[in-house]
Write a protein that binds this ligand. Structure first.
Ligand SMILES: C[S@@+](CC[C@H](N)C(=O)[O-])C[C@H]1O[C@@H](n2cnc3c(N)ncnc32)[C@H](O)[C@@H]1O
Length: 257
């Protein structure tokens, strides 16, 4: 029987079946179980961010320290380089938008941005911020990324940051398909890469402390398979901290036939 555990959000996690696959190449083998817990509830983010206090403190808890500010700046720069400097910024989707950290930057650079999030509380926080930012074209829609309420190719670019580490592998593939459906040219998706130094340390820490829940990371080869399978080729992997930090952005453009 799978073993259930609970994290602070009350979401049940289930220990997945063990499949072993080499991630670090010859001689070093990491089991998929070590990459993170599979979830009985496939998306932990849906619950966590619907809480008002979590939404209000989202940016403060993650991006106000010195390292947090660096991460924030690097993430924004990665998206701007992928989207704006390549001329895909006319109509951009940020999904999930959360507090529209990135969408607001794209909008300030002249893009027409739509932010989608399932959490009304997160959208409320952005609307509060918008009161102080003028002259930007940005709209918000509350929706589940699994079923976006837009026609195919409605946007030049779709940007998805900090979601893939909250969902199960099957949901991850489904969400990528949906984002690829609405993006006519460019897709930018962030992942946590388990083959980096931070990824390895996190797993060791998890093994020693017997944590019941770890962030699901994604082998970049699996991420690329999802994105290629959704019709996007021309893939570029951008690691924000080289092989040290886990944060990794995949920038993809539509394959032309
Ligand atoms: C870690 S935050 C990331 C927000 C933003 N992309 C950023 O980088 O700051 C994760 C967000 O995903 C949203 N979310 C989780 N599951 C979702 C789903 N199925 N559909 C839409 N939004 C979802 C949450 O409400 C939350 O705002």
């Amino acid at each position: 029987m799978p073993q259930d555990a609970r994290n602070g959000t009350g979401v049940a996690y289930r220990r997945p079946a063990v499949h072993t696959k080499s991630v670090l190449g010859a001689g070093v083998r990491i089991s998929r179980r070590m990459l993170g817990w599979d979830m009985a509830t496939p998306s932990v983010g849906r619950l966590t961010y619907s809480d008002r206090a979590v939404a209000r403190n989202y940016e403060k808890t993650r991006f106000s320290s010195m390292l947090g500010r660096v991460v924030d700046r690097l993430e924004k720069r990665a998206v701007v380089e992928a989207v704006v400097t390549q001329g895909d910024a006319n109509a951009a989707l940020e999904a999930p938008c959360g507090t529209a950290r990135i969408g607001l930057v794209l909008a300030s650079l002249g893009a027409k941005v739509v932010g989608v999030d399932i959490s009304l509380e997160m959208i409320r926080v952005v609307k509060g911020k918008l009161a102080t930012s003028q002259g930007m074209t940005i709209e918000f829609v509350r929706s589940d990324i699994e079923r976006l309420p837009f026609r195919a190719a409605a946007f030049d670019a779709a940007v998805c940051v900090r979601l893939m580490n909250l969902v199960s592998p099957s949901l991850r593939s489904k969400m990528i398909e949906e984002l690829a459906r609405v993006a006519s040219n460019c897709l930018v998706v962030s992942y946590l890469d388990p083959s980096t130094l931070k990824g390895i340390l996190r797993r060791l820490q998890g093994a020693v402390c017997r944590e019941t829940c770890k962030l699901p990371t994604t082998m970049i080869s699996d991420a690329l398979l999802d994105i290629r399978g959704a019709g996007f080729g021309n893939l570029l992997v951008k690691r924000l901290f080289g092989r040290i930090g886990e944060s990794c952005f995949v920038v993809a453009r539509k394959s032309r036939v």
